[in-house]
Design a binder for this molecule. Structure first.
Ligand code: FES
Length: 328
């Protein structure tokens, strides 16, 4: 497809919402939850369990955090953020700048990790701060009297965010807490949590990279359509057999080569293009760039079909054609 340069962003610009921090709750020594409302008392855009918000932080960083409140509540959002002292600075910036009354811009909620509507039973598995989308799922499934079971994995009880909710679910026989004391010998048995695939059962996991690798291995025999994953670890999705391609930048006329094994994002950054990113896994949509020519190989879970006709996410997507032209 071909568009005159510079027109695409006007055709499909990304809306922005403003959210005011109304309340802050300390959930664990490292995790705080933030209640967000409209600064003008309006209803907030609707969302579904598994969705996230992509914040535009004062430094210019974008960061996405799963919504962890009740999706039926149209007046407020909740997110919970874990301080990562050795991370890239996003969570520390949130901790420093998200004070009561502060207004922050964000993209409207997106959902790359939805519940399967036709499932007869849901198994939810969370590691560490991966609990956040699972909490929203619990609210939704409870409200709809759906069949589900939750596994929460953490080092210690004091590190479990939303402890009251989880312990209430444990008491009702709908959840199990797996606390390993940070001892590798006591790591929960992922194979036992996952079990054998059952028709109509969908299984979901969210957590750090090593946790999800174990989940991937444990679900190898499951039909892919019944397995749902969200990761918080920045990880690109380049695969063996990826082909190199060229990218032409419309503003400069320069052509950049993207070798196999190098992401489009990395190639653009190496050429001096500053692209905003957050998840770097095709979930948040913050790295979407308009393309003017060529056929992308979309590998994200963030963009709608309409958006894919105009944009691609450069953190994970590549090209099916020999070249792409980007509106940068
Ligand atoms: S950075 Fe999140 S989709 Fe690319």
């Amino acid at each position: 497809m071909t568009h005159p340069p510079g027109t695409v962003r006007k055709m499909l610009s990304r809306p922005e919402i403003l959210l005011q921090i109304a309340e802050i709750k300390v959930l664990t020594p490292r995790v705080s939850a933030y209640r967000l409302v409209s600064p003008h008392g309006e209803r907030l855009p609707t969302w579904s369990a598994g969705a996230h918000l992509n914040f535009r932080l004062p430094s210019g960083r974008t960061r996405c955090y799963s919504l962890c409140g009740d999706p039926a509540n149209k007046a407020e959002y909740w997110v919970a953020v874990q301080r990562e002292e050795n991370g890239e600075g996003g969570s520390l910036e949130v901790a420093e700048t998200f004070a009561r009354g502060v207004v922050v811009p964000a993209d409207p909620p997106r959902n790359g990790f939805p519940l399967a509507e036709d499932a007869r039973h849901h198994v939810l598995i969370a590691g560490g701060i991966g609990i956040t989308p699972v909490v929203a799922m619990i609210h939704h499934l409870k409200r709809n009297k759906a069949s589900y079971f939750v596994h929460i994995c953490a080092r210690a009880l004091k590190e479990v965010a939303f402890r009251d909710l989880i312990q209430a679910e444990v008491a009702l026989g709908r959840a199990k807490l797996h606390l390993d004391g940070n001892d590798p010998a006591r790591r929960p048995d992922m194979g036992a949590m996952v079990g054998a695939a059952v028709d109509g059962t969908h299984i979901y996991a969210c957590g750090p990279a090593g946790f999800l690798k174990a989940f991937d291995r444990a679900t190898e025999s499951w039909p892919r359509g019944q397995v749902h994953v969200e990761s918080f670890a920045p990880e690109t999705k380049q695969t063996e057999g990826d082909r190199p391609f060229d990218v032409t930048i419309i503003s400069t006329g320069k052509t950049i080569q993207v070798p196999a094994g190098t992401t489009l994002l990395a190639a653009l950054k190496a050429a001096g293009h500053d692209i905003a990113t957050s998840c770097r896994q095709g979930i948040c949509g913050s790295c979407m760039v308009a393309y003017l020519d060529g056929e992308p190989d979309h590998r994200d879970q963030a963009l709608t079909d309409d958006e894919r006709r105009e944009f691609l996410t450069v953190c994970c997507s590549r090209a099916r054609s020999a070249s792409l032209t980007l509106d940068l």
